[in-house]
Ligand binder design. Structure first.
Ligand SMILES: [Zn+2]
Length: 336
């Protein structure tokens, strides 16, 4: 999320230490990257059709689809009438029938700190993907409860922001050595289980660091976890890092509650999310366990399906055929 209360000062890093750490991180990235490439090949040989393996397609086609989708979204944001409509991604529902309803992927993150608010979020009608902070006092309990009830859960990974906001204990910082970075990453990943992927908590600084992102994405890929960029900065280098190491990543399109305390704003953002889903086939929405968000989401969730939308879990992004971006009607047919 973008807006957090300022709770402390971020540590200062000496210039030299930063450069050395960056080199160390880059080096660690190469090691982990090679390892994951090796394991990835083995995995592909063993189970070519495993649904958890991201589908590899030509990065040029993926990039074009992503760029076209982003252009369309920026036109929607600018209030322009869309000149073209992208075809929704084809997917298969539980009954095996093809469906082309616009998909809404709703993620509620920052869970595990406030028990009552987290519980209220988990009690909403789904499908909703719940993303828990590894250091949350109630994370283990509540993530187990949500997972046992069949919901998809994710890990909300604390990362260094710009400015002085505190991302929380054991956050990933750009001034760390490669060893520190991996130690903190492993600590975070070991706090609870059952999650299918990871999205960043804060991270407006760390996600601009290509070397650090390559290390992170290589590591997650090797653990068969997807990464969804919360996009807390427009300078995010996550996609570039992903392209350089050949893995798929996904991005948040709409924040529901950047304007705190205003239910009308949440409704406006939901309308925007619906429009992006209609025009591009799907939308990735992130909200937080705030009173106004949960109050608006309750009734919206109960009517979304009747209004023609399909709520989907975040992992649906990994099986959309073009590993995230939608297939455009005019794009060449993708062959696997
Ligand atoms: Zn967050």
């Amino acid at each position: 999320m973008r807006k957090h209360k300022k709770r402390g000062k971020s540590p200062d890093y000496a210039g030299n230490a930063g450069i050395i750490a960056t080199i160390a991180i880059a080096f660690a990235g190469v090691i982990v990257g090679s390892l994951s490439a090796y394991l990835g090949q083995k995995g592909a040989d063993a189970a070519a059709s495993a649904s958890t393996n991201p589908v590899r397609v030509s990065s040029k086609i993926v990039d074009k689809a992503q760029i076209d989708r982003e252009k369309l979204i920026s036109r929607i944001l600018a209030g322009e009438a869309p000149p073209e409509r992208l075809t929704p991604p084809r997917s298969t529902n539980r009954l095996g029938a093809e469906t082309e309803k616009p998909k809404i992927i709703l993620i509620i993150d920052d869970l595990g700190i406030d028990r009552r608010a987290s519980q209220k979020a988990i009690d909403l009608p789904g499908p909703i993907t719940f993303s828990f902070l590894p250091y949350g006092k109630h994370t283990l309990d509540l993530s187990n409860a949500a997972h046992q009830r069949g919901a998809e859960i994710m890990l909300h990974l604390p990362m260094e922001p710009q400015g002085s906001a505190d991302p929380g204990p054991k956050a990933l910082l750009s001034g760390m050595t490669g060893a520190e970075f991996l130690r903190n990453l492993e600590w975070n990943l070991s706090r609870f289980g059952g999650y299918s992927g990871v999205n960043n908590h804060m991270g407006s600084k760390l996600t601009t660091d290509v070397a650090a992102m390559k290390t992170l994405l290589s590591y997650l890929n090797h653990k068969e976890l997807f990464f969804l960029d919360s996009v807390t900065t427009s300078d995010t280098a996550v996609r570039r890092a992903a392209r350089e190491i050949g893995v798929s990543v996904y991005s948040r399109d709409v924040f529901l509650d950047d304007v705190v305390g205003d239910p009308e704003e949440v409704k406006k953002q939901l309308a925007l999310a619906e429009r992006i889903a209609r025009e591009t086939g799907y939308v990735v929405v992130i909200g937080h366990p705030r009173r106004e968000t949960l109050d608006v989401l309750g009734p919206w969730l109960t009517t979304a399906s009747a209004r023609g939308y399909e709520l989907a879990y975040a992992s649906a992004l990994t099986t959309m055929g073009t590993s995230g971006p939608v297939q455009i009607a005019s794009a060449p047919k993708i062959r696997f």
